[in-house]
Design a protein around this ligand. Sequence first.
Ligand SMILES: *Cc1c(COP(=O)(O)O)cnc(C)c1O
Length: 396
Amino acid sequence: MIYQNPVFIPGPTNIPEVVRKASDMPTLDHRSSAFADILHPARDGVKAVLKSADAEVFLFPSTGTGGWETAISNTLSAGDTVLAARNGMFSHRWIDMCQRHGLNVEIIETPWGDAIPVEKFADALAADTSHKIKAVLATHNETATGVKSDIAGVRAAMDASNHPALLMVDGVSSIGSMDFRMDEWGVDVAVTGSQKGFMLPAGLAIVGVGPKALAAMATATLPRTFFDLKDMRTGYAANGFPYTPPVGLLNGLKLTSQMLLDEGLENVFARHHRIAEGVRAAVQGWGMSVCANQPEAYSDTVTAIRTPEGFDATALVTHAADTYQMAFGVGLGEVAGKVFRIGHLGVLSDAQALSGIATAEMAMVDLGLPIQFGSGVAAAQAVYAAGNKSAKMAAE
Ligand SMILES: *Cc1c(COP(=O)(O)O)cnc(C)c1O
């Protein structure tokens, strides 16, 4: 096994060497001031990445899924109605979690490959004159299909009928990689994890909670213990956790949030966009298409690529792993076997992206797809060369 190749799964993402070092530290007393110097900068860094002045940031030893549970259990009560679109595996799982918590989910079934149908949300909200809907759930970036949704549009749909529901956003595969504006978009709860845009190992749920959602804690009766925001808040006020914190990961988050801010969030987003454009050019060069149905829904963090009818896309992923020691993402749920995914988020350069594109190309040729060597690579090279030329000119 070769461990030098970057991974092209859409999380967990590649971990920069400096981050590995920052996360690997001797035990320190998590009740000492040394821990406060990790905890508070990490929370402040995340808050800046979320572009929020008002939100409180909560960090749990968990993953993005625990972030979903934090969002719903602290703000809702059994029997409450929430509105959500199901357009991929991750939105499906969040809906499933809500149902298991005794929430009534008004589901807008949406073709996999489509973005959240904002007009249908607007209609559902306008029809809800008694304000039964307590929360609107939106998956910003459907990682299963490589589909980005318009969160500002969802907020506008809510505002159009003056709907008081909370807006909860799954930003697990967008925050820290794609444009995300918690305050400007009126996001009440933003959820992510450590192992995607934040370039860390899995192990943290990262949750931004706005004032309106914090106020909802007072009346929300869903059971919560481990994910109780009130307990966590009390812990933070005393520079600690209500239980043992994962100190190394938090130290890593202190570093990676600062790395993103130092690179400049707009530069981070532009880099992801350029890399994604190269991948999409390669897909076109191969004569294939992406799973996302509308260009405005193209994700800058993951591309799901439809393989020809009768071809097993999962076998391609297995072949690339076994033959070239390179990891791509399999299709999930409804698109299992029909797509493979190239994850391109986190720490990634144009050159690394080219290695992934070239390897995917080899694996497809190996398995008999009618693709010319270099067809995808050349298309991506053109994008990256042009992108870097214009960046250099802008800097001069
Ligand atoms: C990865 C992912 C999740 C799940 O996060 P875990 O950290 O695996 O619990 C949820 N939503 C989206 C959009 C994701 O990409």
